[in-house]
Design a binder for this molecule. Structure first.
Ligand code: ADP
Ligand code: ZN
Length: 737
């Protein structure tokens, strides 16, 4: 294969290449090529590694680190399309940016290893012309006749169809093949993905939408790399607009990737997508089954999957000719992968577009400050959609001060909110209560001795899930039965739930509105696409009057009859105070508010708060994003925080606390110093125990001009830590736990 491109080492000795394996190895290892085997960069090969056989990718020329005479031979080349050069460059880039081992990044690009095997052969059968019955020397039974007459009407058919149509068995067909009357031929397996239908007319776009769509389509037509922010209020038609860009890229025979933050819950989005393009896209997320993953991987590699809709890992598929990436809800923190290779899919998407030379489009109603800063600096362009589509208007937002407008004891719905709910239901409309807390109560306390139930593996309280009769840790999944007596003092019937979760709010709602249909939606019960689609259906059919939910209800959903949104605790996200708490809270509350009044009837949002003068609350009530962004940016500037400066974190963790402390101390001793560099830590992480591991953190803050990766590489090269302690690097951290 590809003999012309074959790469070799020294002609007079053994021919050698380097091969990267999908393991957390820092780089490729050298191998020798056996006699008669040629390989080119990108070929998938089998290699010996230690005592095992591994699959890897030919990365390039041998590194020369090992004497060629001592190298082991590659076993062979796998029958898969080679990994495209741009995918390999992307892996190198992500590895260098995130300071993750190249092999760990490759592992994300080889997540379906069996897609590299030859696909199961597919055969078709047709009439073999030229042979008469007597020449074939075969007795014509009725079953044989039925097959021959069926095949007379079809150029070729698959075995299953023939047997089903004729009611015969495989041995009858086999007999005809052996007699030479039917030919059997192997064909390429059909792609599971149909080509999109580009003839479906686009909806009538408003003037603003049309202007935005034209600009996006021009970018696609012009080709080359660019990044464009689609900045539009909720319900303004951002999706309709970027669909035009998707269509333009498809019309150029390019592949398109759309990244969604919660793809499993995007039933409504997918339906719109099907309506616009007439086909199912290739879906790529953790819930796609193994067989489908294999087919998808191959179809992306051979180019027959033209439209991929996926979670962040879809970036690492082996696209044959990718021509556009859209990142919807670009501000979402779900795009940050927090374990293994720690990366932000939005930023990697931009890098991928740069390497592939095509446009990347970011859509949001509340763009991240990083993206806004890039627009400001002229690195990204932007198109703005300032109004909701059609007659829909943005909802009006009102503040409810819970210190004045008090709910009853152990209740969370204020009298004002209750009154509005009544009015909404009387008008035949629907409402939603938002509380970003799963379970019944976030904390359980013994009223006799003060004992609090804590996770044994994490620095976290156990959350009561009354529906399951359990206390559960939301970090590690640990769970225990709710005991009858306090485990500390033995007192009975003294355990008290503290604070509300959605289950508890549900209890209050059905007591307050016994005649209404109330439903809770959290990741516990709406876990996949089917459940999400069924929920949408129920809300549309008005089988639900009041929805109670967590952040899974905040985005994407379009319920025209939903006119009231009550935010139970608007202060919740502001506690804790990490770098982005205000920004994140602003984004989340804007998204939630954006669910109200999306149809013909106007919407109202009530924010229950104990801090009505907080700038986040005030900005949302005033609908003034610009003012909020301005203040937030100037706060960040004051402290040299992103997007003005750069951040990176080191997380030192291990099972033994003293070893972790010792390692953290050593790392701290050789911390980098210099102009524009500040190191904070080591400090116990807020989650100083997580899944049984003790954790210490460093935070590195630098000026924009500092090459953070080089600084950290140099830092870590000057200290040795034991194998039992892990040091994770998090470039551009979003989680400070
Ligand atoms: P966003 O992504 O900005 O929240 P969407 O694209 O979801 O907005 O649009 C909101 C609603 O308005 C959707 O139901 C969508 O189908 C509808 N809509 C938007 N633009 C148009 C249009 N030009 N013609 C018809 N319906 C539209
Ligand atoms: Zn835990």
């Amino acid at each position: 294969m590809c003999a012309a491109k074959a790469i070799t080492g020294n002609l007079f000795e053994r021919r050698t290449v380097s091969v990267l394996a999908p393991l957390p190895l820092a780089g490729p290892y050298d191998y020798a090529l056996p006699e008669g085997l040629d390989v080119a960069p990108g070929d998938f090969v089998e290699i010996p590694l230690g005592r095992q056989t591994q699959r890897g990718v030919v990365w390039g020329n041998a590194t020369g680190e090992v004497d060629p005479a001592k190298l082991r031979d590659i076993y062979g080349v796998l029958p898969a399309a080679p990994m495209p050069a741009v995918t390999r460059r992307f892996i190198d880039w992500v590895s260098a940016y995130t300071l993750s081992p190249q092999g760990a990044v490759l592992r994300m690009a080889m997540s379906v290893s069996d897609a590299l095997d030859a696909p199961k052969p597919v055969f078709r059968f047709g009439l073999a012309h030229g042979l008469t019955e007597s020449q074939a020397n075969i007795r014509m039974t009725p079953a044989r006749k039925r097959i021959l007459s069926l095949l007379a009407d079809h150029p070729s058919l698959e075995q299953a169809d023939i047997l089903q149509e004729t009611g015969t068995t495989a041995s009858v067909l086999k007999g005809l093949v052996e007699a030479g009357m039917v030919r059997r031929e192997q064909v390429a397996p059909p792609s599971p993905f149909a080509l999109p239908d580009l003839s479906i007319p686009r909806p009538d776009l408003s003037e603003d939408q049309e202007k935005a769509a034209d600009l996006l389509c021009e970018k696609v037509a012009a080709g080359g790399f660019s990044t464009i922010l689609i900045d539009g209020v909720t319900g303004s038609g951002k999706t309709e607009v970027y669909f035009e860009a998707v269509r333009a890229a498809l019309a150029q025979d390019k592949q398109v990737l759309v990244l969604l933050p919660e793809i499993a819950l995007s039933a409504q989005w997918l339906q719109r997508f099907r309506d616009r393009f007439g086909v199912e896209p290739a879906l790529w997320h953790s819930e796609v089954g193994q067989a489908r993953r294999r087919e998808t991987w191959r179809a992306v590699a051979d180019g027959s999957a033209r439209l991929v809709v996926g979670a962040r890992s879809a970036l690492f598929l082996p696209y044959r000719d990718l021509g556009l990436i859209v990142v919807d809800e670009e501000h979402e923190h779900a795009f940050k992968q927090e374990d293994g290779v720690i990366y932000h899919a939005r930023d990697m998407a931009v890098a991928r577009g740069h390497l592939g030379g095509f446009p990347v489009m970011l859509a949001s109603a509340t763009p991240s400050l990083e993206t806004l800063a890039n627009v400001e600096a002229g690195r990204y362009e932007s198109v703005v959609l300032g109004q909701r589509h059609g007659v829909a208007v943005l909802p009006s937002v009102e503040i409810v001060d819970i210190r004045v407008d008090k709910p009853e004891r152990q209740r969370w719905i204020t009298p004002t909110l209750k009154q509005r709910l009544v009015e909404t239901f009387e008008a035949g409309e629907q409402a939603m209560l938002f509380l970003n807390r799963r379970g019944y109560a976030p904390l359980t306390l013994c009223r006799a001795c003060g004992h609090r139930f804590q996770c044994p593996n994490c620095t976290a309280w156990l959350v009561e899930h009354r529906a399951w009769g359990k206390l559960q840790c939301h970090h590690c999944g640990y769970s225990a039965k709710i005991p009858d007596a306090c485990p500390a003092c033995g007192a009975e019937e003294k355990l008290a739930p503290c604070g509300p979760g959605v289950e508890r709010l549900y209890e209050e709602a059905i007591q307050t509105f016994p005649d209404l249909k109330v439903e809770v939606a959290t990741s516990d019960n709406i876990a996949g696409p089917k459940a999400a689609a069924a929920l949408v259906e129920r809300v549309h059919n008005h089988e639900v009057d009041l929805l109670i939910g967590t952040q899974i209800l905040a985005k994407g959903y379009h319920f025209p009859m939903l006119t009231l949104v009550g935010v139970i605790d608007a202060d919740l996200g502001l506690a804790g105070g990490d770098l982005r708490a205000a920004e994140r809270s602003y984004q989340l509350l804007t998204q939630v508010a954006g669910r109200a009044g999306r149809g013909e009837r106007p919407g109202t949002v009530l924010l229950q708060t104990a801090d009505p003068n907080n700038r986040v609350i005030k900005a949302i009530a005033a609908g003034d994003r610009e003012a909020f962004d301005k203040v937030e940016l100037s706060e960040r500037m004051k402290y040299g925080m992103p997007p003005h400066g750069k951040l990176a974190a080191l997380i030192v963790s291990g099972k033994k606390e003293n070893e972790v402390d010792e390692a953290a101390w050593r790392i701290g001793r050789v911390a980098p110093r210099g102009e524009g560099i500040v190191v904070l830590g080591p400090a116990p992480a807020p989650l100083s125990l997580l899944r049984g591991r003790f954790r210490r953190r460093f935070l590195l803050r630098t000026d924009k001009s500092v090459r953070v990766q080089a600084v950290i590489q140099d830092w870590l090269s000057r200290v040795k830590t034991p194998g039992s302690v892990r040091v994770q690097v998090d470039i551009d951290p979003y989680s400070f736990m």
